[in-house]
Write a protein that binds this ligand. Structure first.
Ligand SMILES: NC(=O)c1ccc[n+]([C@@H]2O[C@H](COP(=O)([O-])OP(=O)(O)OC[C@H]3O[C@@H](n4cnc5c(N)ncnc54)[C@H](OP(=O)(O)O)[C@@H]3O)[C@@H](O)[C@H]2O)c1
Length: 246
């Protein structure tokens, strides 16, 4: 089958003939119909994550997928051929930039009927990231105030919608032309990071989701209320940042 592979870090992806995926007993073989291009793919291609994700090259790239089940392993119970599915495959079994991929049953979900293949293929990693940050780490509660940086980006645009769904009041930072886009997603306060300083405008926040790191994360700590949390997702390691305890 055909796939897009990394043969050498920093070089462009190449189209290549690769072996068909091996389908284990608990795997599902998916005909790929859409594969999201994620920031993580670019960081892997550049070799930036090779300490924590030591992939062997040549590597089929791609972390997000939507498609249709072709066949299932002998022990798979939750899926059958022709099911429409989406997934973020395990980090050790990435490779969605290919015609087909074998995904562990546990990493797969049925595609919502209301989402197109392209929409579903863009969702898994950004949506899991937003969920882990706001629900699992942040435990966002109704009425809380949440700042989501880079609200027009892949993670930010999902995080705004999730935070609103959880009942939070949401501020976000974007460049001016994206202001209407994030307001449509539900943002209550929109800050143009090119012309405004969020630190001067916001205070007493329960949680900040920061995808920029560095000075932006340091400034974010200063708009938190006592006991508030800043969750940084710009680097590979988990790092927890809290304002001083209440
Ligand atoms: N994508 C994932 O699943 C994922 C998972 C874990 C971690 N991360 C990390 O999260 C970060 C963002 O990823 P992404 O996929 O959401 O990126 P993305 O879709 O490329 O979006 C990046 C956004 O950053 C915004 N931005 C740039 N400078 C800014 C600033 N000074 N203040 C506020 N916003 C600014 C841009 O906003 P405008 O367009 O409005 O200018 C752009 O929309 C990356 O560091 C990535 O490694 C991503």
């Amino acid at each position: 089958m055909r796939a897009f592979v990394v043969t050498k870090y920093k070089e462009p992806l190449r189209e290549a003939d690769v072996a068909e995926p091996i389908v284990g007993d608990r795997d599902v073989l998916v005909q790929v119909q859409a594969a999201g291009l994620n920031q993580l793919d670019e960081k892997i291609r550049l070799g930036e994550f090779k300490q924590i994700l030591p992939y062997k090259l040549r590597l089929i790239l791609g972390n997000d997928v939507a498609g249709t089940v072709i066949r299932v392993g002998a022990k798979v119970q939750g899926f059958k051929p022709s099911d429409e599915v989406y997934a973020r495959p395990d980090k050790d079994r990435i490779g969605t930039f290919a015609e087909r991929i074998a995904v562990a049953e546990g990493d797969l979900a049925l595609k919502p009927a209301t989402a197109s293949m392209e929409e579903a293929g863009s969702l898994p990693l950004v949506a899991l990231t937003a969920w882990q940050a706001l629900v699992e780490q942040g435990n966002v509660q109704p009425g809380q105030r949440v700042l989501i940086h880079a609200g027009a980006g892949g993670v930010g645009s999902i995080a705004i919608q999730l935070a609103k769904h959880l009942g939070a009041t949401v501020a976000t930072t974007v460049s001016g032309p994206n202001a209407d886009f994030v307001r449509d997603l539900g943002a209550d306060t929109v800050i143009d990071y090119r012309t405004q300083d969020f630190e001067q405008l916001l205070a007493g926040y329960d949680l900040v989701l920061d995808s920029l790191g560095g000075e932006n994360l340091e400034k974010s700590l200063r708009i938190l209320k006592p006991g508030g949390k800043a969750i940084g997702i710009s680097g590979p390691r988990t790092r927890r940042s809290h304002a001083r305890p209440a």
